[in-house]
Design a protein around this ligand. Structure first.
Ligand SMILES: Nc1nc2c(c(=O)[nH]1)N[C@H]1C(S)=C(S)[C@@H](COP(=O)(O)OP(=O)(O)OC[C@H]3O[C@@H](n4cnc5c(=O)[nH]c(N)nc54)[C@H](O)[C@@H]3O)O[C@H]1N2
Ligand SMILES: Nc1nc2c(c(=O)[nH]1)N[C@H]1C(S)=C(S)[C@@H](COP(=O)(O)OP(=O)(O)OC[C@H]3O[C@@H](n4cnc5c(=O)[nH]c(N)nc54)[C@H](O)[C@@H]3O)O[C@H]1N2
Ligand code: SF4
Ligand SMILES: [Mo]
Length: 686
């Protein structure tokens, strides 16, 4: 913490935006008299480059939001809306009593379940998991709604997940943004894309929706949803037919090429083109462009793999990157996400003792687990009743539980279903360490201001609960209740991270974020981590896991006569999942509550921008306003996911719980195929 000179009497503190965002921006906060007056991007971090996104600049709106939870509250009876303020001691007393009562009843802690994910990605927030670990085996929700299928696809082909430094994009001759929308979800990578474009690189976007990212591209391919495997295999076939592939890479660095080659020969190009709705001439052009350009930077988005065949589709795209020899090339390669900096002890600890519930089966698990049944739920960093599939079904299951605790900053729809709500701090009120899953900095976040009202950090809550448990039942929790954030951080660092950062102690990060000393180009040495040590067109591991051993074309789900539209619920510009969409200013410009419809469909149905329509399927129906847009294909409706506080629309009520093909290998659960949702539409009945 330091004070800018006398004429500028602000205290300046360093922070990191801890949202589940590609960018993990380094920030500076300017405070006076204990109040933050301004935030800005840290110019010392080359990736953040002194800038934030609109959400980042709006942080004071959430820190000082009038709706922030101020003190613990109890709701009697649950769901009634009859909330009463209680003290922390009372809240923790009730919670610890319940844990101990359940323990006495079932002789284990398995009826206690933790559902925690994405609200704050900081290291200190893993103290919640640490508290649960400290009382023995509990029930845990595992897996990820973000990236599971793609991570497995990377594992099968490369043996591990890693990506190049995003600045490598600048060196690319061709940038392929495949099912990714960085203009909204990773804005700090845009300057690299523009720079590459200025240097003459071609930017290609492949997305069913003509996104803002697509509008910046040189070539835009409007692909049919969930058919990326067909397009990739079509390109692969043209590369093969015209002998446009990199024989050197394929021979020296890959495994299983002859089998994959035979498979490509057996495919019908016209069928593949029909499947993905991309003209054969366009496929030929794409293949020629890619073949001429080893320095092709493939950015595979998360959106692309949120389908039942998402993992297979990613493998097919990876196969073309290998065929053109892009892997390991400067400015080239496959980039899905990078976990190269996720080396903290808690992130590496194997999951051995707990009862695991895959994230995509949570609703089901709430009634199917019997030995013992789940009775108590702790929800932190999650708004499951807006973010999970079919939350109306989940809500019915939640109602049957005996006790629910939610830790949050706001009274979300999820918090409204709790017995006890515990108010928590924002990252300006706590210390933390934050890494990214894209750029290569690790940063320290300091405490700028006192805790808002009575709020406590997830760490402070863990400490208080462990103390109460041990007071009532000595030795029940091994969580160190007298530890400080520094103790926890100290224990999480290890030699691997210190080596990667080139520092001897984590406190050096207090002087500013540090970039890890990783090779800028992923797989530059072409030493892969697979069984064969090569890039695996053919993977025995995939086969053993019940998948085709190579990237076969796997048909995904399709629209039907009854449900003729895909409902794509992609990530919003002014929200971060369910967060920020309650912030004044942002909510006003956010057009996230609209359903975007193709003009032909609008004309046929007599809808115009502003019409109210009902979209529906077997799960339910929702009234929404129309925005007519030629960016949307005729068989797609686009609605941005999130929590739209003032409109009461919960779009996920129309999202069925469909699993992605892959995900178990690397995240212990298949992913959620959010974009395999289908609906019909009609004018709202009066
Ligand atoms: N502003 C903002 N930034 C965010 C987030 C946010 O909510 N808002 N969320 C963060 C999180 S948690 C995540 S996981 C990431 C997500 O980051 P992204 O993957 O960039 O975002 P998505 O919106 O999930 O999907 C990207 C694109 O995939 C397209 N898509 C859907 N289906 C298909 C398909 O079958 N094929 C192809 N080719 N494309 C398809 C969608 O139309 C969309 O434009 O962003 C992070 N950053
Ligand atoms: N239809 C549809 N649904 C989706 C998706 C989609 O593409 N389409 N994407 C999915 C994806 S990729 C993701 S990652 C999930 C995200 O969904 P969630 O995991 O639920 O994450 P968030 O909505 O970001 O935040 C959840 C809550 O965490 C709270 N929070 C913030 N900071 C803290 C903290 O320090 N401590 C505690 N205890 N709470 C805190 C916030 O106030 C918020 O209410 O949504 C998924 N849902
Ligand atoms: S949401 Fe993402 S881009 Fe915006 S400030 Fe946070 S990390 Fe940066
Ligand atoms: Mo995500």
């Amino acid at each position: 913490m330091y004070v800018v000179n006398q004429t500028h009497p602000y205290t300046v503190t360093r922070h990191v935006c801890p949202r589940n965002c590609y960018d993990a921006c380094s920030m500076l906060a300017y405070s006076r008299n204990g109040i933050i007056e301004k935030v800005e991007g840290d110019p010392a971090n080359a990736y953040t480059n002194g800038k934030l996104c609109s959400k980042g600049y709006s942080y004071l709106g959430s820190v000082y939001h009038r709706d922030r939870l101020k003190h613990p509250m109890i709701q009697i009876p649950r769901g009634s809306g009859n909330w009463k303020r209680i003290s922390w001691d009372e809240a923790i007393d009730l919670i610890s009593d319940k844990i101990l009562t359940l323990h006495d009843r079932t002789h284990s802690n398995l009826s206690l379940c933790l559902n925690k994910y994405s609200g704050n990605m900081g290291l200190m927030h893993l103290t919640t998991e640490a508290l649960f670990d400290s009382i023995g085996a509990t029930t845990r929700v595992v897996g990820s709604p973000c990236w599971s299928a793609g991570l497995d696809a990377q594992y099968y082909d490369f043996g591990a997940n890693t990506a190049s430094d995003p600045s490598e994009i600048e060196r690319a001759k061709c940038v392929i943004l495949w099912g990714a929308n960085p203009a909204w979800t990773a804005i700090h990578s845009l300057p690299y894309i523009y720079k590459a474009q200025e240097n003459g690189a071609k930017v290609i976007v492949i997305d069913p929706v003509r996104t803002i990212t697509a509008k910046k591209a040189d070539i835009y391919i409007q692909i049919a949803p969930s058919t990326d495997g067909a397009l990739a295999l079509a390109i692969a076939k043209v590369l093969l037919n015209n002998n446009l592939y990199d024989h050197d890479f394929v021979t020296k660095y890959s495994h299983g090429w002859p089998i994959f080659k035979d498979y490509l020969e057996s495919l019908d190009l016209d069928e593949l083109c029909t499947e993905c709705e991309v003209a054969s001439a366009v496929v030929h052009d794409l293949a020629a462009t890619l073949a001429a350009c080893k320095q092709s930077f493939f950015w595979l988005g998360f959106g692309l793999q949120r389908h039942s065949n998402g993992g297979q589709n990613i493998r097919a795209i990876q196969a073309i990157a290998a065929m053109i020899g892009a892997i390991g090339e400067p400015g080239g390669g496959v980039n899905f996400a990078s976990m190269s900096t996720w080396l903290f002890n808690a992130q590496k600890r194997p999951e051995t003792q707990n009862r695991l519930i895959p994230i995509n089966q949570f609703t089901h698990a709430l009634h199917s687990q019997t030995e013992p049944p789940i009775k108590m739920l702790w929800i932190a960093c999650r708004n499951i009743l807006t973010q999970d599939p079919a939350p109306q079904e989940l809500k019915l299951e939640l109602e049957k539980l005996e006790f629910i605790v939610t830790v949050d900053q706001f009274m979300t729809p999820t918090a409204e279903c709790a017995d006890i709500v515990l108010p928590t701090t924002t990252f300006f009120e706590e210390e933390d360490i934050v890494t990214s899953y894209w750029q290569q900095y690790i940063s320290y976040n300091e405490k700028a201001i006192e805790n808002y009202e009575e709020s406590k950090s997830d760490f402070e809550i863990s400490k208080q609960l462990s103390q109460a448990l041990n007071r009532k039942r000595p030795g029940f929790s091994t969580f160190n209740a007298s530890s400080t954030p520094h103790d926890f951080i100290e224990n999480e660092f290890n030699e691997d991270i210190y080596r990667l950062l080139g520092i001897v102690h984590w406190s050096e990060l207090q002087n500013g974020s540090k970039k890890v000393k990783l090779a800028a180009v992923a797989w530059a040495d072409k030493q892969f981590k697979t069984e064969s040590k090569k890039f695996e067109f053919y993977s025995n591991t995939a086969l053993a896991d019940g998948f085709p051993p190579f990237a076969t074309f796997t048909k995904g789900k399709r629209t039907s006569k009854e449900l003729p539209f895909w409902l794509l619920t992609t990530h919003a510009q002014f929200g971060l999942n369910s967060q920020f969409q309650n912030i004044e200013g942002l909510a006003d410009v956010d057009r996230a509550e609209l359903v975007y419809i193709n003009p032909t469909v609008a004309l046929e149905n007599d809808f115009t921008t502003g019409s109210t329509v009902t979209i529906y399927n077997d799960l339910g129906e929702i009234d929404v306003h129309v925005a007519v847009s030629s960016d949307i294909p005729e068989d797609v409706l686009l609605f941005h996911q999130g929590w739209h506080k003032n409109s009461q629309i919960t779009i996920n009520q129309l999202i069925p719980s469909v699993s992605t093909d892959m995900g178990k290998k690397t995240t212990m659960s298949q992913g959620i195929a959010y974009y395999d949702a289908f609906v019909a539409i009609r004018k709202r009945e009066r």
